[in-house]
Design a protein. Structure first.
Lengths: 299, 402
């Protein structure tokens, strides 16, 4: 009855062949990482130096100065006393519950990741908005980045760069960058065509159109993307801690393996507090810079 | 003598993936629907030929889908034609390389948009000065100029506002000021007043006409509203399905529509507001120039009427009737000179006046009204039946067709 077996069982590839493929790809990649791993790692050295420096800065600065600096920055950006006060209170609580050092580590890596994601994501988004061809290439890549389980792309990154901060940053960026790319593209494409026509009709060149019209008008959408990117970067902290990124994620990981509910909860709440601060601040900033869109009632 | 500024010759525009492949079909004269069904390409404009003179307001009018907005975007190449020549003075706009095209757009033409096209993130002043700032002028230069133009359009004091804080009419004034601020010779206006409510619209039309009296720009104005076209246009081109149906002065279009399509348009026009006295008056047939009453009576008999307009060396004086002349004859000699006891006052009307403004006078008067120009010359006469014929004319034609 060999004839009918393909009806009930999927006619799959020979086990040996499959094994060969796996072995082949794995060893090829291993070869590659052995060959170029160090070179690639050295490319990231400046970033690593900066990461270490920034983390040290946050850790060695007296806590009250950090709080004052962060609250001051929040006020500068959002112009809201309430929000600044909320930041002070939550940071005091975090410190009081013994999570100060981990929070500073997370804060430093998140700040760096977010800045890098924005710095890379906005130009990619611009390219995507300018050419339909670029969009058709980049969109499926973003789909993969967003749906592929984080653990899967952690493997090659770790194989290549080992365990530590840099692979953590790369993993976080891969996970968090899609929203800012997508929404930059969307924001630029949604700019009123008549306004663009007006700019062209008055003789604006492509650079003048981009910086004078498209980016400013796409800003609300881009800010929504940045906001999402920050949120996703924060949610990635726990997974990144699996590959040796220190910070609030590690105690969470520890409490999962050891069933320490309270420890997990506290650190989880600290992540939430950071997330809320980032979210409110970026939104308050976006709102403040977009006041002119709202018409007469705010005049 | 009108001096041609812009010429468009044999302009075709086909929308679709491979417009050039369709051009042979277009030249064969296949219809728009045929081409769409067979190739999926839309014929946007077909064999457009235009000459626009310096200093005139040229109105391109058509319904939505007629290709008028496509056409106006060809002047500054926001849209590139599939085939054809666009010339401004001696520059072939089609042959300009990108840098020169930018320069051309910055200095030669400016544009006003239907939905204003203002930049919401810039203040009113920054919007008005946009064209100059793009040219690389310093802020001091463009803001001073922008301020002047804002004043001209009646928006002084709004400099620091954002467009969203203004009403539609005010926003379009900003759009107009922005267009004027670059001192470009040619002004493209794409349905500039269509988004405004009727009262504001006619206000803006007045403002445009008023500005044009001092600026003498060459204005290409797109509209779907024939009343608007007739009101502001020096010449009008009517577009239908991408083809030019008729070109001419407002009066030519109103009085001699080229085909049923134009006629259907013209039918609904308020002629009283669109036509001047000059275009409908009859030539003067009742001129009395005699020095004495006797001669006047002879002239009166010759014109086969019982009244005439008395004109002497000082121009038009008034109306004389046969009855008064005969009454004068009875008690004096026929050699008595004409004087102001003989003629009655009768208001005259100006040849440039809109029909609408002379309706009450024409209906009130016992006689046809004389049309007299500024120098006092008798140019013609306008009777009640004259008026009725023109104003009722459109209806009569439709009735005939039914």
């Amino acid at each position: 009855m060999a004839e009918s077996s393909w009806l009930t069982k999927f006619p799959q590839m020979d086990r040996v062949d499959l094994l060969e493929i796996r072995k082949g790809l794995d060893s090829a990649y291993r070869e590659f990482s052995r060959e170029y791993g160090e070179v690639i790692e050295s490319l990231f050295d400046p970033l690593l130096t900066f990461l270490v420096w920034f983390e040290k800065l946050l850790l060695t600065t007296p806590w009250f100065i950090v709080i004052v600096a962060v609250a001051g920055l929040v006020y500068l950006v959002s112009r809201s006393w309430k929000l600044s006060l909320g930041v002070v209170v939550s940071f005091l609580a975090i410190g009081y519950f013994g999570m100060w050092d981990n929070t500073m580590r997370t804060l430093s890596i998140i700040t760096v990741c977010t800045l890098m994601a924005i710095g890379l994501g906005i130009p990619i988004g611009i390219v995507m908005a300018r050419s339909d061809k670029a969009r058709s290439v980049i969109t499926p890549m973003l789909d993969i980045m967003q749906t592929m389980p984080a653990f899967v792309y952690l493997i090659p990154v770790v194989m290549l760069l080992g365990i530590g901060k840099i692979p953590g940053v790369i993993a976080v960026i891969i996970y968090a960058i899609p929203p800012v790319i997508r929404l930059t593209n969307l924001g630029i494409r949604l700019v009123d065509s008549e306004v663009m026509e007006a700019a062209t009709a008055y003789g604006a060149n492509p650079t003048q159109r981009l910086f004078g019209v498209q980016l400013p008008l796409a800003m609300p959408t881009i800010m929504a993307g940045i906001n999402q990117t920050i949120m996703m970067a924060l949610s990635m902290v726990v997974i990144a801690s699996m590959i040796g990124v220190k910070g609030l994620g590690q105690p969470v990981l520890k409490s999962i393996t050891n069933q320490y509910f309270t420890l997990g909860l506290f650190n989880g709440l600290a992540i939430v507090a950071l997330a809320i601060i980032f979210d409110r601040v970026s939104q308050a900033y976006a709102k403040r810079t977009q006041r002119h869109m709202q018409g007469i009632e705010n005049a | 003598m009108p001096e041609p500024l812009i010429t468009i010759e044999g302009l075709y525009k086909v929308f679709g993936s491979k417009p050039d492949s369709v051009m042979p079909m277009v030249h064969e004269g296949r219809s728009k629907d045929d081409i769409l069904a067979e190739t999926g390409h839309t014929l946007g404009l077909k064999d457009i030929n235009l000459t626009i003179n310096k200093g005139e307001i040229f109105v391109i009018m058509g319904l939505s889908g007629s290709g008028k907005s496509t056409l106006i975007r060809h002047f500054n190449r926001l849209i590139d034609p599939t085939e054809g020549v666009i010339k401004v003075e001696d520059t072939d706009v089609m042959k300009l390389p990108p840098k020169e095209l930018e320069h051309f757009r910055r200095h030669k033409m400016s544009m006003v948009f239907q939905r204003f096209g203002l930049m919401p993130h810039r203040t009113v002043l920054e919007n008005v000065g946009y064209g100059l700032s793009i040219q690389g002028q310093s802020k001091a230069v463009w803001s001073a100029k922008a301020k002047e133009w804002l004043e001209t359009v009646g928006l002084a004091g709004y400099e620091a506002q954002y467009p969203a804080q203004l009403s539609g009419g005010q926003q379009q004034r900003v759009g107009l000021a922005r267009a004027l601020c670059t001192d470009a010779e040619i002004l493209l206006m794409d349905e500039a007043f269509s988004a405004l409510d009727p009262l504001i619209r006619s206000e803006m039309q007045d403002q445009l006409i008023e500005l044009q009296d001092t600026l003498h720009k060459t204005i290409i104005f797109i509209t779907h509203d024939l009343d608007e076209a007739l009101r502001i246009g020096d010449r009008i081109a009517i577009l239908k399905d991408g083809e030019m149906v008729q070109q001419g002065t407002p009066d030519e279009i109103l009085l001699n529509p080229a085909n049923d399509y134009v006629e259907a348009f013209v039918k609904d026009v308020n002629r009283a507001r669109a036509l001047t006295v000059e275009t409908v008056m009859k030539p003067p047939s009742r001129r009395i120039t005699a020095d004495t009453i006797g001669e006047a009576l002879i002239q009166m008999k010759a014109i086969k009427g019982d009244y005439g307009y008395y004109v002497n060396d000082d121009g038009y004086q008034g109306v004389v009737t046969q009855d008064t002349l005969e009454a004068c004859c009875d008690d004096a000699s026929t050699s008595q000179e004409m004087d102001d006891t003989v003629w009655e006052d009768l208001p005259s009307i100006s040849p440039d006046a809109m029909l609408e403004s002379v309706i009450p006078e024409t209906l009130d008067a016992d006689y046809s009204l004389p049309v007299v120009d500024e120098e006092g010359n008798l140019k013609g006469e306008l009777s009640k039946s004259n008026l009725a014929e023109v104003l009722g004319g459109a209806d009569k034609k439709t009735e005939e067709r039914i």
